[in-house]
Every structure is written in structure tokens, then in C-alpha cells.
Design a protein around this ligand. Structure first.
Ligand SMILES: C[S@@+](CC[C@H](N)C(=O)[O-])C[C@H]1O[C@@H](n2cnc3c(N)ncnc32)[C@H](O)[C@@H]1O
Length: 277
């Protein structure tokens, strides 16, 4: 049975659109990356055929055609509201570019691959929603042409692991000083904040339900080795890895469930190549 998609809940979707508008204003896409980051990381998109999995509002597909010069991009997502948003942005394009973009509703948990079709498969912040990671990797592998590339970003396993996401702060140990006669003076150091991430449940893979944008949202926690070994076990060659923190724009109040920039990574990107032999 198809998984219920929270992005089709109108009140969740409207709150999510607010977040995305904030990203657009600060010039970031998909978890704080910029288009310049993507240009540096990804292979040249010109004249390629691309599959965008969990395309959301289609920002990547749109950019791949309008800025990257991709020949054909197909965006798949199981949310009707996301696909409608993507289609309405694409409707602003002239025929030449619009004809190179297709959006379709599809559940990635049961994806049927069109074999040896794409030069590049891209997925931004979607794989941590999927229950059958290995099955999806196999479909992606089959969809790619020999030598084709697969790049994806997810919430980092350190961020997805806890059953309850929380930043903790411990007051620093209170220091006291002794005077010449061995008597303790009053405190000499004010307690300092020592932020750290309450990491638990790392080994326990599977669903996590968190409260986000006013709703209970289910995501999956996969270990780092599961991401890597599902790629390698499928026949991919790992070529790229990047970990990065949430962008602190200084404009938003830090939430208690945000992993602070200085503590650790919130996001992970892996890149892999389908071997030619
Ligand atoms: C955080 S959004 C990312 C959207 C877009 N890639 C971006 O970077 O803005 C996650 C997306 O995954 C989609 N998604 C979740 N589960 C899915 C599934 N089983 N099949 C297809 N899409 C799914 C959601 O509808 C949503 O659009």
C-alpha cells in the first residue's frame, strides 16, 4: 500500500512552502547548498538525461534545464501538491525548455526502472523518507546508463538517529579557588554553555517520528554504513562524500532540535558511479 505523504497535508505543505521561500531568499537550495556548490560537485549537466527523485517543487529539475542545459529531466514525487507546484513553475518557461521537463507522480518505494536511460540520477533530501533503500538503489542502478552518476543528499545519520532530537547544554563545572589558608572562595567562573547532541538509537534503523512544522512526520534512520554498503553492494563505485551543518543565518531562533553548526553535521551527500563493465 502506498505510504501516506505528509506533503499532501495542506497545512503542512503551506508551512513547508514558507521554509522554502526562506531558502530562496537566502540563495540556498536543498539543506543550505547553493547552486554554485552543485555546479562544483556535479558532473556537467549539458545535454544529459536526468532523473530527479523526490523532486518536490522541482527546483533541481528546473535549474538543470534552465542553467545546466540538460536535454531531458524527469522529476518524480509521490506528493500531488509538490508535483503541482513543480508544474506551475515549469509553465513559465518557453516551449523549448518546458518540453525538456516532465514531472510525474510516483512512489519511490515501488519504482519500476526504465533501463539504461539516464546519465545522472539526483535526489535531494528524500531517501530518508524511504523504507526500501536497497530496492531503490537497485532501480536507480538499472535506470542509469553505464558510467552514469548518482548523487543524493539526506539528513545525516547522526541527525536521524535519536528517538527524540534534542540539543543539551551542561553548565561547565563550577570552579572554585582556595585562598592562602585553604578556604574556598566564592565561584570564580560563571557556568558556560557546552552544547552537545543527545545521540542515541544509532544502531536501531527504521522509522522515527518527529514533530515538525506542526505535524508528526515519519522519516527513516539509516546508518552511514547502510547508505554506503547499499551503493557498493548494488554495484556502484563511491566517488564523493560531503557532510555539512545547518546554515545558521542568524535570522531564525535556534530550535531545541536543531543540531548546532559547531557540534556536527546535519546533512550528507554521497556520489557514486555505475561501473561501465
Ligand atoms: C524534504 S522534501 C525534498 C524535496 C526536493 N527534493 C527539495 O530538495 O526541495 C522530500 C520530498 O520527498 C517526497 N517523498 C517522500 N516520500 C516519497 C515516496 N515514497 N515517493 C516519492 N516521493 C516521496 C516528498 O513528497 C517530498 O517532496
Amino acid at each position: 500500500m502506498a505510504q501516506r505523504n505528509i506533503y499532501d497535508n495542506p497545512s503542512f505543505f503551506s508551512a513547508y512552502r514558507g521554509l522554502k521561500d526562506g531558502d530562496t531568499k537566502q540563495g540556498t537550495v536543498g539543506g543550505g547548498l547553493t547552486h554554485d556548490d552543485l555546479t562544483r560537485i556535479l558532473p556537467p549537466l549539458k545535454d544529459t538525461s536526468i532523473l530527479d527523485l523526490g523532486c518536490g517543487d522541482g527546483w533541481f529539475s528546473y535549474w538543470a534545464v534552465t542553467c545546466g542545459g540538460a536535454a531531458k529531466v524527469k522529476g518524480l514525487d509521490s506528493s500531488i501538491l509538490q508535483i503541482r507546484a513543480a508544474q506551475s513553475t515549469a509553465a513559465r518557461l518557453g516551449d523549448d525548455q518546458a518540453n525538456r521537463l516532465t514531472y510525474q507522480i510516483a512512489d519511490l518505494n515501488t519504482l519500476t526502472p526504465v533501463k539504461n536511460t539516464y546519465h545522472i540520477v539526483f535526489s535531494s533530501l528524500t531517501l530518508h523518507y524511504l523504507r526500501d533503500l536497497k530496492g531503490l538503489m537497485e532501480s536507480i542502478f538499472a535506470s542509469l546508463k553505464p558510467g552514469g552518476m548518482f548523487y543524493f543528499t539526506v539528513e545525516h545519520p547522526i541527525y536521524t538517529a535519536p528517538t527524540h532530537r534534542e540539543v543539551c547544554t551542561h553548565p561547565a563545572t563550577t570552579k572554585t579557588a582556595k585562598d592562602g589558608e585553604g578556604r574556598h572562595d566564592a565561584e570564580t567562573a560563571a557556568p558556560a554553555a557546552d552544547a552537545h547532541w543527545r545521540l542515541n538509537g544509532y544502531w536501531d534503523q527504521g522509522p522515527r517520528t518527529h514533530y515538525w512544522l506542526g505535524h508528526e512526520v515519519e522519516k527513516q534512520h539509516w546508518k552511514m554504513e547502510t547508505y554506503v554498503n547499499s551503493l557498493v553492494g548494488t554495484g556502484f563505485e563511491l566517488v564523493y562524500m560531503h557532510e555539512w551543518p545547518r546554515v545558521d543565518d542568524g535570522k531564525h531562533k535556534a530550535e531545541s532540535w536543531w543540531l548546532p553548526t559547531e557540534v556536527g553535521p546535519t546533512y550528507l551527500m554521497l556520489g557514486a558511479r555505475k561501473r561501465e563493465d
